[in-house]
Design a protein around this ligand. Structure first.
Ligand code: C2E
Ligand code: MG
Ligand code: MG
Ligand code: MG
Length: 289
């Protein structure tokens, strides 16, 4: 009787495990197919200069649209693609597509050369031996001016191996590509690395922006990061700005740039082009007075 129970339990666990493994394999296969069948696309979220209200760039954000299904956000599949290594191919597609898009807008006269395209790099991608060469090749094939490209990495990528990171960042920076730390404040990065590394921009994580007007600690953290960035001659972008109260706080404390639903979510290329051609934001985001 007890033996039977034990056996049944074993079978139960075995089923659970194989279910997970199966799920993993299915998802991996689905992602590989997605790449072949062109089921990925990018949306572009505007980044604005707070003082002028003008668009200064876009962040390319990955979307997966399996046929006949709802769009899937990157948080649902990037982790798995990182584990299987498929992120390297997906990431290269992202980089090339985003650069090509920016060049298309430039050639259509829609955006001056100071408008930048930000692309997220995952840890696995960043650690590829040929990463720098890949970026260089994509810039060459798309004819994207290097200074128009911003690569976003997180603090954990930097701190994972600071010595090799500084070499990679120096190499990228040497041919003009800009570098941003994404989700700044959520990881651990030593301030001495910030000083030594060719980082152009700190993107302060949206978790600090959310309650900026009601949480005194968040407000102080944001003020301190803005001051830090300025003292070190770095750009600062506030992520996740959703309302005018947050924007006013950031403006009053000298934050340079912002990104968030208040200005717009990630949008299709045609919409972004229309926005660029107006080079103006929805009326509600322009400060009156
Ligand atoms: P992230 O790089 O920090 O991108 C910002 C995320 O916050 C985006 O989510 C964006 O839609 C969302 N967001 C922007 N403004 C607001 C706001 O005002 N409020 C709120 N609640 N959310 C806002 P998304 O597109 O789902 O991307 C999630 C994460 O997935 C990104 O975080 C990035 O780490 C990763 N990711 C996106 N695209 C790529 C990619 O092409 N390659 C890699 N490796 N990672 C990517
Ligand atoms: Mg990002
Ligand atoms: Mg971010
Ligand atoms: Mg994030």
């Amino acid at each position: 009787q007890a033996k039977q129970g034990g056996k049944r339990r074993y079978v139960f666990y075995a089923n659970e495990m194989s279910k997970d493994a199966l799920q993993f394999l299915r998802m991996d296969a689905a992602l590989r197919r997605a790449l072949e069948r062109r089921e990925f696309h990018l949306v572009y979220q505007p980044q604005v200069n707070i003082a002028s209200g003008r668009i200064i760039g876009f962040e390319a954000l990955l979307r997966w649209q399996p046929p006949g299904e709802a769009v899937i956000a990157p948080d649902q599949f990037i982790g798995l693609a990182e584990e299987t290594g498929l992120i390297v191919q997906i990431g290269e597609w992202v980089l090339e597509t985003a650069c090509r898009q920016l060049v298309a807008w430039q050639r259509a006269g829609l955006c001056p050369q100071d408008i930048k395209m930000s692309v997220n790099l995952s840890a696995t991608q960043f650690r590829q031996d040929d990463m720098v060469a890949t970026v260089q090749r994509v810039l060459a094939t798309t004819q994207c001016p290097p200074h128009c490209l911003v690569l976003e990495i997180t603090e954990s990528v930097i701190m994972d191996s600071p010595e090799s990171t500084v070499q990679i960042l120096n190499a990228l920076s040497a041919f003009g590509v800009q570098l941003a730390i994404d989700d700044f404040g959520t990881g651990y990065s030593s301030l001495s690395y910030l000083k030594r590394f060719p980082i152009h921009t700190l993107k302060i994580d949206r978790s600090f922006i959310r309650d900026i007007s009601i949480d005194g600690n968040d407000a102080e953290i944001v003020k301190a990061v803005i001051a830090l960035a300025h003292a070190m001659n770095r750009n600062i972008v506030a992520e996740g700005v959703e309302d005018s109260v947050q924007l006013d706080f950031l403006r009053d404390h000298g934050c340079d740039q912002a990104q968030g639903y208040f200005f717009g979510k990630g949008i299709a290329p045609e919409e972004a082009a229309a926005l660029l051609s107006r080079q103006q934001l929805p009326l509600h985001s322009v400060r009156v007075a």
